[in-house]
Design a protein around this ligand. Structure first.
Ligand code: DAH
Length: 338
């Protein structure tokens, strides 16, 4: 059975807890613990009848005093909290506060969509390092040392033989070295070039490269795959046009245009009234590239392509300045929440 000292100590603790309670819930918890039917004080009062008279008087007086002191302190605290606006009065008719929702960056969205489109055609994804060796970035791709084609890609050189990769094509050279045909791979990633930053060019950008190597692969397979991709990505009625081009790692090389998806080829500001939009580079993998990676170019042939992600995103969303992608202005990014 509790003694007077214990009751007083309990009261002191309960009063200070009421004093520091910040919510009606906390006050109610204290009330339940001490004053409810099974509460501490109530149970002392209930068991008084079993005590000898002298003890009953003393403990009864202390318990009754504790009960009324705690009751009035709880009442005061409830009034104190009720007068603080907004804490004890919940108005469910007030409009809610929306939490800000994040979104994927438009470049990420476009990269994911490009990859999904090729994955549905059976391409697997491979990735390589951003800090690349001169060998994979150039040499394995048939750029001989001092070849003028190296100037097409203004390179950031790091110490020794290391560069920041200027395209995602070096991943092709790495995969070719490791795997055996048939290979059907896409390679998304960041690229870096020492460019003067302008509305059309940035020193960081993204590409998705792809290639297929097997026996008997021809330019018709390349066209078929790219046609299927374009229909999936830009719409059923898209038309394609191949223009001859040059890349050291493909022979023959081509650049591919699609009919402008905005004006359907009639001519508009997006396609600069040309009716066509240039979207990627491609070609048949140069036999030298296959041989350097240890494959017999007499037995195997392959096609390859490289897509500039920013270019596709700019066309898709009608963005005229590439710098917007990297300035992290939330007003720009917010528009791509879907
Ligand atoms: N790597 C080229 C560039 O950055 C793009 C490219 C063209 C990639 C043709 C390819 C290809 O795989 O076959 O300009």
């Amino acid at each position: 059975m509790a003694d007077v000292q214990e009751i007083e100590q309990m009261l002191a603790e309960a009063l200070s807890a009421v004093e520091s309670a910040a919510t009606p819930q906390e006050i109610d918890d204290i009330r339940i613990r001490h004053l409810s039917r099974k509460g501490y004080i109530t149970s002392i009062l209930k068991s008084l009848k079993d005590l000898p008279v002298e003890k009953r008087k003393k403990i009864g007086a202390a318990a009754n005093k504790a009960r009324s002191a705690l009751e009035s302190s709880i009442k005061a605290a409830q009034e104190r909290l009720a007068s603080v606006k907004g804490i004890s009065t919940l108005d469910p008719t007030l409009p809610g506060i929306a939490s800000p929702v994040g979104a994927l960056h438009p470049i990420t969205t476009v990269m994911n969509r490009l990859c999904e489109s090729f994955e549905r055609m059976g391409f697997a994804i491979a990735r390589g390092p951003d800090v690349e060796t001169d060998y994979y970035n150039f040499e394995a791709l048939n750029f001989p040392p001092d070849h003028p084609a190296r100037d097409m890609q203004d390179t950031f050189y790091i110490e020794g033989e290391k560069v920041l990769r200027t395209h995602t094509t070096p991943v092709q050279a790495r995969v070719l070295e490791k795997m055996k045909p048939p290979m059907k791979i896409i390679m998304p990633g960041k690229c870096y070039r020492n460019e003067t930053i302008s509305a059309r060019a940035h020193c960081i950008f993204h590409q998705v490269d792809g290639f297929l190597v097997d026996e008997g692969v021809t330019m018709a397979d390349l066209k078929g795959a790219l046609y299927a991709f374009c229909k999936d990505f830009f719409g059923e009625d898209v038309r394609l046009k191949f223009r001859t081009s040059f890349f050291p790692f493909t022979e023959p090389s081509a650049e591919m245009d699609i009919s402008c998806f905005l004006c359907k080829g009639k001519g508009c500001p997006l396609c600069k009234h040309y009716g066509w939009l240039e979207i990627l580079g491609c070609g048949m993998i140069d036999p030298n590239v296959l041989a350097l990676a240890g494959h017999d170019p007499e037995k195997y042939t392959g096609y390859a392509f490289g897509i500039g992600v920013e270019r596709i995103a700019m066309l898709k969303y009608g963005i005229t300045d590439i710098r917007l992608f990297y300035e992290n202005d939330v007003r720009f990014i917010r528009q791509f929440r879907s």
